[in-house]
Design a protein. Structure first.
Length: 255
């Protein structure tokens, strides 16, 4: 185990797969104790077990981030187990392929589900995570946002793009509201990443080629590359960084 995050106590939502899984494992490798939260209990347990087998410290937490009581209970469990909390990775999200579409065709249930998880879920994670950080006296939060919320680069994904725009705004106001209380809040904005979230896109050769053609690096990220940015943002190396949106998108946002 590394030393960069030694002593840190973290919770990672959506930690059972994709970017969340990568972040949970990376933070543990850097020395943090990690609460792996996912709606899929089996997935959370598998990631926690992987961390334990590698010599790290982790617990699995099952919760729906859109359910406030479940989020509050999960944060309380991490605090109790690790003696406090100082690192929050608000990452859980959904992308509703086959349902999310142009606004004139989008049904309210699809819109609401996407907002419930991708924006309300982030808010609830931050709300209860920040309360724990305040009890600790300091800490860092990283929100997983997306270039789709700023650039309109995911045509037809109305609900997803709107939710991610909201996550960017949430990060900015939290950064200002808590900066004088020794808490930093930043966002990572991953581009197309090889993860279950976008598997439907990347499994289709034609769609994959279309998406990758828009990326200057001409490839998707792996989850480790995004996790590296997250680990930096919660480390003391980023002590002067707050209210920032860190693009990790292979150059997509530069064009």
């Amino acid at each position: 185990m590394g030393e960069r995050l030694k002593g840190k106590r973290a919770i990672v939502t959506g930690g059972g797969a994709g970017i969340g899984r990568g972040a949970a494992i990376k933070l543990a490798e850097e020395g943090a104790r990690v609460g792996v939260l996912d709606i899929n209990q089996t997935a959370a347990e598998e990631v926690a077990e992987n961390i334990l087998q590698a010599g790290g410290s982790a617990i699995a937490l099952q919760a729906n981030v859109a359910n406030e009581q479940q989020v509050a209970d999960a944060v309380a469990r991490v605090e109790s187990r690790f003696g406090g909390l100082d690192t929050v990775i608000a990452n859980a999200g959904v992308m509703l392929f086959g349902r999310d579409t142009i606004a004139t065709e989008l049904d309210l249930a699809t819109w609401q589900q996407c907002i419930d998880v991708n924006l309300t879920g982030l808010f609830l994670t931050c709300k209860h995570g920040l309360r724990a950080l305040l009890r600790n006296g300091r800490g860092a939060v990283v929100i997983t946002s997306s270039p789709t919320g700023q650039l309109g680069c995911a045509p037809t994904f109305t609900a997803y793009s709107s939710s991610k725009a909201g996550s960017w705004g949430l990060m900015r106001i939290l950064a200002i509201d808590f900066v004088k209380r020794n808490i930093r809040v930043n966002a990572v904005l991953p581009g197309t990443t090889n993860s279950p979230l976008v598997a439907t896109l990347l499994e289709n050769p034609a769609t994959r080629a279309e998406f990758l053609a828009k990326i200057p690096m001409a490839r998707a990220a792996n989850t480790r590359e995004i996790a590296n940015v997250i680990a930096f943002l919660v480390s003391d190396e980023a002590s002067y960084v707050t209210g920032a949106a860190w693009y990790a998108d292979g150059g997509l946002s530069a064009i």
